[in-house]
Design a binder for this molecule. Structure first.
Ligand code: ADP
Ligand code: UDP
Length: 242
């Protein structure tokens, strides 16, 4: 899309107000604006707060990561960054499944499997969660997807394969920046019949640990009241943009 055309895109009505982002319609029916907010929530919305400058930092981090993935052949919704907190993306019919990829045991997996956080897995683990706040996003598998008619199983197979390809690329991308990619969550959706990676990749949706010190540089600092939340997001941003 040309620069001239980009500048003329108009933001219209709010389509969806999420916990960390808002989605606005534009005068191009197939495009929407993803607005990143400073609001942060955890434990299915039970804990609420704000992280100063988070929206602007996640907007930049996610744009850089999506650009990197696009350069490496991943089809994504990202088109362009419009301003501090907003990016123009292709409008998706989001598939209500969160794909989580894990390289190191942490968070809910540590609890479920009774392992210490930090245990490095021999091979990545891919999990599916049903995106439904009222149910607390339960973990599901392909049988649930099929029997409850949540999504097309062929799409799920592609999402799982793409998630593993993305993991391989991002592992190296973050490793080169001194960051251990512990785990992360992806969302996909359909745009004119094509399956694209959507949403964001940021310290809100990934676990990032400093490679040398294992210090947490992500939303766990907010979830667990560890302090230095804004500083850690900024550290990730500086390393990602380098
Ligand atoms: P939540 O919905 O969990 O509160 P967010 O605050 O991140 O999460 O809200 C952003 C919403 O926008 C999410 O529900 C996500 O699925 C959706 N979304 C992400 N990318 C797109 C897109 N390209 N088109 C339409 N919706 C999108
Ligand atoms: N995650 C996310 N959104 C969710 C649930 C999880 O972005 O609704 C991310 C989370 O930040 C972490 C990974 O997915 O990077 C795995 O999360 P986990 O299942 O351990 O859940 P948590 O204990 O973080 O709620």
């Amino acid at each position: 899309m040309s620069v001239k055309h980009l500048a003329s895109i108009k933001r219209l009505n709010l389509l969806y107000e999420g916990k960390a982002k808002s989605i606005y319609a534009t005068d191009e029916p197939e495009l929407v604006i993803q607005h990143f907010k400073d609001d942060a929530t955890a434990f299915n919305g039970e804990k609420k707060g704000t992280i100063p400058n988070k929206g602007a930092m996640n907007n930049q981090i996610s744009a850089r990561v999506f650009h990197f993935l696009k350069e490496n052949g991943i089809k994504t919704h990202y088109i362009a960054t419009l301003n501090e907190n907003e990016q123009l993306v292709k409008k998706l019919a989001i598939i209500p499944i969160e794909v989580v990829v894990r390289n190191v045991v942490a968070g809910s997996l540590a609890k479920r499997m009774g392992k210490e956080e930090g245990f490095e897995l021999d091979d990545p683990v891919v999990e599916l969660y049903y995106k439904d706040d009222s149910l607390g996003d339960p973990m599901i598998n392909r049988f649930h997807v099929h029997s409850f008619k949540i999504a097309d199983l062929e799409h799920i197979r592609v999402m799982e394969v793409e998630a593993q390809r993305i993991n391989n690329m991002l592992w190296t991308f973050f490793d080169e920046r001194g960051i251990l990619l512990v785990d992360f969550k992806l969302e996909f959706g359909l745009h004119k019949g094509e399956l694209l990676l959507g949403d964001e990749i940021s310290p809100d949706s990934c676990r990032f640990w400093d490679k040398e010190t294992n210090e947490k540089l992500d939303k766990d600092r907010f979830r667990r009241d560890l302090g230095k939340v804004e500083e850690s997001y900024r550290d990730v941003m500086d390393r990602v943009l380098k």
